[in-house]
Design a protein around this ligand. Structure first.
Ligand SMILES: NC(=O)c1ccc[n+]([C@@H]2O[C@H](COP(=O)([O-])OP(=O)(O)OC[C@H]3O[C@@H](n4cnc5c(N)ncnc54)[C@H](OP(=O)(O)O)[C@@H]3O)[C@@H](O)[C@H]2O)c1
Length: 341
């Protein structure tokens, strides 16, 4: 075989490999891709970073080329508009159909009253310039008023709003994020529609065994955010914990000719959890999707589980006196970055 044929073959194989993301069945009959690209760019002193120079649009265009079909955003991330642009470009080019793409977005806390849910969702749809969203999540069980003071709207009332949206066909599936076990149990018991998805923080330092087992036993698919945990610097912060060159992770990675970030993503996949790695770099887009051609052993999964020390990186302790705050309370809550006073 000559060099050109070899290259062509390799390129075709790589594309086949990248495109090969399996799907999970949701409890509402729909199917969800087993990997999502995160699009949260972090915070600076002005709040959530606003994407510049079509950064997110261009990343999504590249991501679709390498096989990503699932994008995770939220109203608060400021990335809905550019995701919508990219998807519309790729659909217009004929590269994908709208129904091949799965978009997850999230309702922000200031729109928890039942009638506000539809309003917020319609605003999101107009930013995407799309006529439906695949998955709408309640971002937090915590309701806030317009001025960011606490509102005591029950998340069950908010859930009714999500149920309304699903009935209208504006969203295909509905779910929740950052709910604890008791809150999820209550929602399952008292809601009319069972949540299809639970999105929570999961990485080697917070493996969430109990909550994941409960959700999965109820037929709720789990998505894991911040999957790399302390492995990488995130938004300029270096978190204590296992790093990208951790010897235990390196040993597993070497065995499969993979990188340690790939091993951690595969650890999530092997627990039937959808990882949501975020990157804006083309080489890492390819690296992070190239995880569906190997499988960890039970012993390797257990070795990674042993990093667990219940460390969270998303801790909005400034809301910890809210009646629906989902996490354990800390002694010194951080000042509220959302404070408008
Ligand atoms: N529901 C919620 O409340 C919630 C909360 C937090 C996050 N999320 C979702 O989860 C997504 C991911 O979480 P996250 O952004 O906190 O954390 P993450 O995906 O674990 O980490 C992102 C960081 O890892 C770097 N990175 C990506 N791939 C890499 C690789 N292969 N090797 C080395 N470094 C790599 C990225 O840098 P580069 O971009 O420079 O590559 C970025 O700094 C978010 O974008 C968002 O969609 C949801």
């Amino acid at each position: 075989m000559d060099v050109a044929t070899n290259c062509l073959l390799l390129f075709t194989l790589m594309n086949l490999c990248f495109a090969n993301v399996p799907k999970y069945q949701l409890n509402d009959g729909r199917r969800i891709p087993a990997l999502a690209l995160g699009t949260y760019l972090g915070y600076d002193k002005n709040g959530a970073v606003i994407p510049q120079n079509n950064l997110v649009r261009d990343v999504i265009l590249q991501a679709i080329d390498v096989g990503y079909r699932h994008f995770d955003t939220a109203t608060i991330y400021n990335t809905e508009e550019e995701i919508g642009q990219a998807v519309r470009i790729k659909v217009a080019e004929g590269a994908v159909k709208r129904e091949d793409i799965f978009i997850t977005t999230k309702l922000w806390n200031t729109h928890h009253r039942r009638e506000d849910v539809l309003k917020a969702l319609r605003e999101s749809l107009s930013k995407f310039e799309l006529n439906y969203i695949d998955l709408y999540l309640m971002h937090w069980p915590i309701g806030l008023s317009e001025d960011y003071s606490y509102s005591d709207v029950d998340y069950l009332e908010t859930w009714r709003g999500l149920e309304d949206a699903q009935k209208l066909g504006l969203v295909k599936s509905i779910g929740v994020s950052n709910f604890n076990k008791q809150q999820l149990e209550r929602l399952i018991k008292e809601g009319r529609v069972k949540p299809a998805v639970l999105q929570i923080e999961i990485h080697p330092q917070i493996i969430q065994t109990e909550l994941v087992s409960y959700a999965q036993s109820q037929g709720v698919v789990v998505m894991g955010y911040s999957p790399f945990g302390s492995l990488v610097m995130r938004y300029g912060i270096d978190f204590p914990g296992p790093k990208i060159d951790n010897p235990t992770l390196l040993e597993i990675a070497t065995k499969y000719s993979k990188t340690t970030p790939q091993v951690v993503l595969r650890w999530l996949v092997d627990r039937n959890i959808i990882p949501i790695p975020k990157t804006v770099k083309y080489s890492r887009l390819k690296e992070n999707i190239n995880i569906f051609d190997f499988e960890l052993t039970k012993e390797e999964i257990q070795k990674i589980n042993e990093f667990d020390d219940e460390t969270r990186y998303t801790i909005p302790s400034f809301w910890q006196s809210h009646r629906y705050y989902p996490f354990e309370k800390v002694d010194n809550p951080i000042p509220n970055p959302f404070s408008r006073s």
